[in-house]
Design a protein. Structure first.
Length: 471
């Protein structure tokens, strides 16, 4: 067999584990790549750590998001045998739970019994952790016997990692094997406060066949057609450390309104609403949206990326929504998209923040553009908009020519905010407002000079900053 190097990352379709604390874990494997969206997952904050026995029967796993729908390595198709991964953490450890579908458990390979041996040549799971800005990467490989290899990569240089206090437990059933890991946070040299975002990918090696075993490789993040290696950190997904006592769908808020980076690209994305292109996977992510009315993390989270060519600014925005059947997007709201589920993009002059433009887009791709200059004004840009709907999200791609944006293009920064209005189902629909920038709960809007206890998006002094790509 040939030596295969593998990494681990967690981003994907979010699902809730259907189990109760203490009951056996019943995996619901998925091979639906079309509705998967960008690879992103949250580590739930654990009030009580799981008991490590490899069975994933603790309450924390029932509350955790799932990274699933794995790709067959190098192919744009689902892996034959699927995998589910979940993540949790507390003040001491990062916890990882993985279940590996395998209808041929009698052929499971776990030949390596020595620490830091070629465990990747067995049936195994590989986990890679790092930061978006680069630096060292940390790789952990585990086989069904609980034997591990831990590596540190600095560029292409491979070194030993050997995290102290690592705990591993595995378990087997008739049709799957599973593992639980506890990795001490002080052994992971990455920022680990609530809201921290790590780059990550989860990959799997497994064997099929009775006489001549054939090795199969799969990856949670899409590593591209023809790929023969897991070592493509630029295509990894994202793992976000969640807020204490927050539901699994809510990433932790950042400490202050952030700075967003626009990535300069040479080839523009194909505008079809699908955010699975490499251009979006490699772009920096804007996460952590707030409820305007409560200043708590939004019930339904939003993920955005911004890229640009010399001529056009592009937004890719994913709206998480487990209640897609209640999505509001009405054709008759041609000029009132704010009454629907919608996303609003604000771009402004950082030196004169009362001068800005905003663009509202609903799930039908209908949009309304306005220019604010100490009040509402006219803005009729020639733009492209595309929308896609999945099982638990809807997403937007929009291209805005720089020539259509009445702001100083020579500046390397603009004011920015991205907001989202969404509805929750009850006896009557309730409209919720969320914002990337932390807005005032009670604000007097410059748009109509009235106060509103639910908060307004039109608070340009609270906007964040967009750094425009120059290279």
């Amino acid at each position: 067999m040939t030596h295969r190097v593998i990494l681990i990352t967690c981003f994907s379709l979010v699902g809730t584990v259907a189990c109760l604390a203490g009951s056996p874990f019943v995996p619901k494997f998925s091979s639906d790549l079309k509705s998967k969206g960008p690879a992103m997952v949250q580590a739930v904050r654990a009030d009580k750590p799981p008991v490590l026995d490899g069975k994933l029967s603790d309450l924390v796993w029932a509350q955790a998001q799932q990274a699933k729908a794995f790709y067959s390595l190098g192919k744009n198709e689902p892996a034959d045998e699927q995998t589910i991964a979940m993540f949790a953490y507390d003040d001491k450890n990062l916890y990882v739970g993985v279940v590996c579908q395998d209808p041929e458990m009698e052929y499971l390979v776990a030949a390596h019994t020595k620490h830091n041996s070629d465990v990747n040549l067995d049936d195994s799971i590989e986990l890679f952790l790092g930061m978006d800005q680069g630096g060292a990467w940390y790789q952990l490989i585990v086989n069904p016997a609980g034997v591990t290899t831990e590596l540190k990569w600095v560029g292409n240089v491979r070194k030993e990692w050997n995290p102290r206090g690592l705990q591993v437990k595995t378990s087997k059933s008739d049709s799957s094997w599973s593992l639980e890991l506890a990795i001490p946070l002080d052994q992971i040299p990455l920022e680990h406060k609530p809201g921290s975002a790590w780059k990550m990918n989860l990959c799997r090696n497994y064997y099929v066949g009775e006489e001549d075993y054939v090795g199969i490789n799969s990856s949670w993040a899409d590593l591209g057609l023809g790929s023969k290696s897991y070592l493509k950190p630029e295509l990894f997904g994202t793992l976000i450390l969640g807020q204490k006592n927050s539901p699994a769908s809510q990433p932790a808020p950042p400490g202050i309104t952030g700075v967003a980076k626009c990535t300069k690209i040479q080839t523009p994305p194909k505008l079809d609403g699908d955010l699975n292109e490499d251009v979006w996977k490699k772009a920096a992510k804007i996460t952590n949206f707030w409820e305007v009315s409560s200043l708590e993390p939004a019930q339904k989270q939003t993920i955005a990326s911004i890229v640009c060519t010399d001529t056009t600014l592009y937004f890719g925005i994913r709206c998480e929504d487990p209640d897609m059947e209640y999505l509001v997007g009405l054709k008759e709201h041609k000029n009132n998209q704010w009454q629907d589920d919608c996303v609003e993009i604000f771009l402004g002059d950082p030196k004169a923040k009362e001068n800005y433009v905003n663009l509202m887009i609903n799930p039908l791709g209908l949009y309304l553009a306005q220019k604010q200059d100490k009040g509402a004004g006219t803005w009729n840009p020639k733009i492209e908009v595309a929308v896609k709907k999945g099982t638990d999200f809807w997403s937007i791609e929009v291209g805005i020519p720089f020539s259509q944006i009445p702001l100083d293009r020579t500046s390397n920064r603009w004011a920015l905010n991205i907001c989202r209005s969404f509805y929750t189902e009850s006896d009557s629909y309730v409209r919720n407002k969320s914002s990337w920038a932390k807005l005032n709960q009670v604000a007097r809007s410059i748009y109509n000079n009235t106060a509103d206890n639910s908060g307004f998006y039109h608070q340009p002094k609270k906007f964040g900053t967009l750094l425009l790509g120059k290279e």
